[in-house]
Structure formats: structure tokens, C-alpha cells
Design a protein around this ligand. Structure first.
Ligand SMILES: [Ca+2]
Ligand SMILES: [Ca+2]
Length: 353
């Protein structure tokens, strides 16, 4: 009788592992190959070699690019070099990147920038908020942008017990932002939460006087951005391959209105300022991302979602590549028909649409 119980439990355990393994392969699109889609005028951006995870473009056409992310489980082509923020002026005929100088008094050696968001104050001062992972912790760094000097003045570091495993932020006002948490566990168990499909991550609202969770139920909340009229928030769940559309209330609480299901692992989101379309930087095959093989690298994919609030949003592919040009795309940001595509640890692409 004892043997039978053990065998039954063992069989059930193996069946569960097998079922989870099959599910994981489906969830990561382990068998998916992309068909190439490329606008006519695209070229790699000289000087960006070690990632460009997030890109935020000011209304004036100045683009901020976060570079050099070191993230658990992902390769880094420059593991010993600190991260940087690059700038690119998209009004120039042939825009080039330049690394922004960062003021003294900030630990530049451990700078590990991830998601970014800009905020323009009433007095026109530009602030850059950066998710940072110094020593694999999570902080939000607030910088003031000095346009003439092309530099960032570090103002403060924001830390909070709920600001863990932060992926991206969107700034709402002075020292007010939403932030996404991409893992619940901060140790080896984080792998388990994806395998078991635990919906334990969230969106956090932060202000100096109030910090609270405003949306739950994501396997891995990733990119976040706001609609041009500031009424809606778009949140990508990278592991669930979808985008959540949420309404913002006066007290900053969020209500989920709809979920746009896709067949690709959605990373960062931006909005085309001319059309209001959502642009999604995506990973077509996450298995290739995790099991990095330079002979068969992860590809890149950018989707455009038109009329995201309507019954039937229109989804089209703006860019797709099998990794021969651009690997592991995370973000696409557009300014006057000029498109920038960033990546976790690879290069960055400039296209004219
Ligand atoms: Ca962002
Ligand atoms: Ca991200």
C-alpha cells in the first residue's frame, strides 16, 4: 500500500513537471521564428553596443537612452562597465549619440539603469527618473537635465520597501510616479513564479506622502506608460504576452478596463505623440533570450497598436528581425516619423518611417 502511494505521488509529480515544462515552452514562444519586417531607412546607432533598454523622447525631439543594464539571467556584453544615459537630438540631419555627464556625489560605478521616464515641470525644468539596480537592489534616481551642458544633476535616490524588482516607471508629477514590479521573489524562487504562473506582481503608486499598490494580478509587470490625455495607463505583462489598459482615478487608483492579448512577450511601451498609438517593444521568442546562443540569437519585434481603447484595436508589425541585425528588443519610441528601437544588452536601431 505504501509503495503504491509513493508511486502515485511520484507519477503525479512527474506529470506536473511535464505539464509545466510544456506550458513554459508555450509561454516563452520557444518554437517561434519571426518573419522580417523592416522600414526602408534603418541603421544601427554608432556608439550603442551594450544595451538600450528604455528610450524616452521629449516633445522637443531630445531622446534619452538607458544603456548597460545588468539583469539576473540575462547576458551582458560589458559586465564590468557601469551603465550610462545617452542622448540623441532627433532634429539633427544625422543624429548621433552622446553620453550624458552625471554630477558628482552619485555612485556612477554601480549605476545600472533600467526603465526611464521624463517629466517637465511648470517652470520647464526637465527631470529624468531612472530605475536603478545598484548591487542588484532597486532604487529610483531623480536627475535634473541641464540641456546646455548636456548633463544630469543627481537630486535624490528614492527607496521604499515596496519598490522591489522594479522594471519601469512613468512619472505623473513632482515626485509622483507609477512603478512596475517584475518579480515577487528576489531570489532563485523568481524562476518558480514564472513556471507556476503566479500572478503576484503589481503596479505601485509612489508619492512622498503615500505609497500603495494600485493594480495586482500580473505574472511579470514590465513596461508602463500613460495616454496623451493622461486618463489611462498601459501596462505590459511580459510573461502573459499582453497589455493591460487601466483607467486612472483622481486618487491615483487604477481600474482595469481591458487586456489586449498578443502572441509575443511585451517589454516596454511608449505612445506615438502624433497618433496616440501604443508602440510595444517585444521579445518574439523568450527561450532564445534566456538560453543565449550567438549562433541563433533572440530576435526583435515592434508592434503598433492603433485605437487601443476601441473594441477591436488594430495591431501591425512596425519592425521584426531574427536577431541578425538587432537582438532582444525592449522598446520603440517615435518622434516625427523617426523611430528608435532599443534592446536589453545589444545595440540600438534608428529608422525613418
Ligand atoms: Ca519607460
Ligand atoms: Ca522593461
Amino acid at each position: 500500500m505504501g509503495k503504491l502511494v509513493v508511486l502515485t505521488l511520484l507519477g503525479a509529480g512527474l506529470a506536473l513537471i511535464g505539464e509545466r515544462f510544456v506550458k513554459l515552452r508555450q509561454r516563452t514562444n520557444a518554437f517561434r521564428e519571426v518573419e522580417p519586417v523592416e522600414p526602408h531607412n534603418c541603421h544601427l546607432i554608432e556608439g550603442v553596443e551594450n544595451g538600450s533598454e528604455d528610450i524616452d523622447i521629449l516633445p522637443s525631439g531630445l531622446a534619452f537612452i538607458s544603456s548597460g543594464l545588468k539583469y539576473p539571467g540575462m547576458p551582458s556584453f560589458a559586465p564590468d562597465e557601469p551603465g550610462q544615459i545617452f542622448m540623441m537630438d532627433l532634429n539633427e540631419q544625422n543624429p548621433r549619440v552622446q553620453a550624458l555627464a552625471i554630477s558628482d556625489g552619485f555612485d556612477k560605478a554601480s549605476f545600472n539603469p533600467h526603465g526611464i521616464s521624463t517629466f517637465i515641470d511648470k517652470d520647464h525644468t526637465v527631470y529624468l527618473y531612472v530605475v536603478n539596480h545598484p548591487h542588484m537592489e532597486s532604487t529610483v534616481e531623480v536627475f535634473k537635465f541641464e540641456e546646455q551642458q548636456r548633463s544630469l544633476v543627481h537630486l535624490k535616490t528614492i527607496e521604499h520597501e515596496l519598490l522591489k524588482s522594479v522594471n519601469d516607471i512613468v512619472v505623473l508629477g513632482p515626485e509622483q510616479f507609477y512603478a512596475t514590479r517584475d518579480h515577487y521573489f528576489t531570489n532563485f524562487l523568481s524562476l518558480l513564479e514564472v513556471i507556476m504562473e503566479l500572478h503576484w506582481t503589481y503596479v505601485l503608486f509612489y508619492s512622498p506622502s503615500k505609497v500603495n499598490v494600485v493594480a495586482r494580478g500580473f505574472i511579470s509587470a514590465n513596461g508602463i506608460t500613460i495616454s496623451p490625455d493622461k486618463k489611462y495607463i498601459y501596462v505590459a505583462d511580459v510573461a502573459d504576452k499582453n497589455i493591460h489598459v487601466m483607467k486612472i482615478h483622481a486618487n491615483w487608483d487604477l481600474t482595469r478596463l481591458k487586456v489586449v492579448q498578443l502572441d509575443t512577450l511585451v517589454d516596454n511601451l511608449t505612445v506615438d505623440p502624433d497618433t496616440g498609438d501604443v508602440l510595444a517593444g517585444c521579445h518574439p521568442n523568450a527561450m532564445k533570450l534566456i538560453l543565449y546562443n550567438p549562433e541563433d540569437p533572440p530576435g526583435s519585434e515592434v508592434l503598433r497598436i492603433q485605437n487601443v481603447l476601441s473594441e477591436k484595436p488594430r495591431i501591425s508589425t512596425e519592425y521584426a528581425n531574427n536577431g541578425s541585425v538587432l537582438q532582444a528588443s525592449t522598446v520603440a519610441s517615435v518622434y516625427k516619423r523617426k523611430l528608435l528601437i532599443g534592446t536589453i544588452y545589444h545595440k540600438a536601431l534608428y529608422c525613418e518611417l
